[in-house]
Design a protein around this ligand. Structure first.
Ligand code: GUN
Length: 298
């Protein structure tokens, strides 16, 4: 079997076009332009690239976007004060605090200081709680993007065995909650594997839909995948490559070469889940704008 390539880049373009239509509608009806503030602390090159890409995407759909930079040695209070200022700034309907934050900053306290109605990453405990209850306003971008790439390619997760490798607050946990809920585009039987899981290959081999969100290059090998599975690769890992001008290339958590011969469908890296995450952040920013106008996201 040769897997279908699940093209996140093209699908993300389609979603951005939908968002652009929504932005134009809000401007026409309410005279409001959706705005996203990104907070970037320090000079981690990967984080800077993420934030730049998010900003470009905002510009493309007609949203206002601004990046607020703090030095790598910024104090916890400085970050807290910046978030407080953005919470009160009506120009910004969404706030994204790029993670990870430096060690002197208490990440969870910063997330908890966000106005939950501006928390477009869906990480505030209020929004996590709403996701648990199946009534989320904001689904974190990566899980939301994974659900959309499945549904829009005709793969309804209902009654499937979904195995998620990784238990992060930003991907693994919210994805498990999202796909297990009683709702269209969900209703899956979800298993979560992590670093302390015994016999992970035995569990992944049962997956109809296998999601790799581990952060180790090529760790999911063909023997861990069921024939005909749908494979979603969330990993974005830099590996040294002297043949590239920049000295590295990006690879996923899945050994694409081998697994694409066995799976029915697979997301590439790059061009799979990465662009979907950004597109869904824009969807959430539109939702936040509607929340600020109507008091709900509709
Ligand atoms: N760092 C890596 N991915 C993300 C993301 O989706 N949102 C935020 N805020 N930080 C990240």
């Amino acid at each position: 079997m040769t897997a279908k390539n699940l093209d996140g880049k093209t699908l993300a373009e389609e979603i951005r076009r939908e968002v652009a239509t929504g932005v134009a509608e809000i401007q026409k009806k309410h005279g409001v332009t959706p705005g996203l503030a990104a907070v970037l602390v320090g000079d981690d090159p990967a984080s800077a690239i993420y934030v730049r890409n998010k900003r470009r995407a905002c510009d493309e759909v007609g949203m206002i976007s601004d990046t607020f930079l703090l030095a790598a040695d910024a104090t916890h209070e400085e970050v807290l004060n910046l978030v407080a200022r953005l919470n009160d700034d009506p120009q910004f309907h969404g706030i994204l605090v790029q993670l990870p934050l430096p060690p002197q900053v208490d990440e969870l306290a910063i997330i908890e200081s966000l106005n939950p109605n501006k928390d477009v990453d869906g990480l505030h405990p209020f929004n996590v709680g709403k996701l648990v209850q199946g009534r989320a306003d904001f689904i974190p971008g990566t899980p939301f993007g994974i659900q959309q790439i499945l549904i829009r390619n005709g793969y309804d997760p209902a009654s499937s065995n979904v195995v998620v490798c990784g238990r992060s607050d930003i991907v693994g946990k919210p994805l498990a909650l999202l796909l297990m809920q009683r709702a269209d585009g969900a209703n899956a039987t979800v298993t979560v594997c992590h670093t302390r899981t015994k016999n992970m290959a035995e569990i992944t081999s049962q997956a109809d839909i296998l999601v790799a969100a581990i952060g180790s290059p090529n760790i999911i090998t063909a023997d861990m995948v069921k024939e005909g599975a749908i494979v979603i690769d969330v990993g974005i890992n830099r590996v040294d490559d002297a043949s590239r001008k920049r000295g590295y290339r990006l690879v996923g958590d899945v050994n694409y070469e081998a697994v694409s011969k066995k799976a029915a469908a697979i997301t590439p890296v790059p061009g799979g889940i990465g662009p979907m995450t950004i597109a869904m952040l824009l969807v959430n920013t539109l939702t936040a704008t509607r929340l600020s106008i109507h008091g709900n996201g509709s």
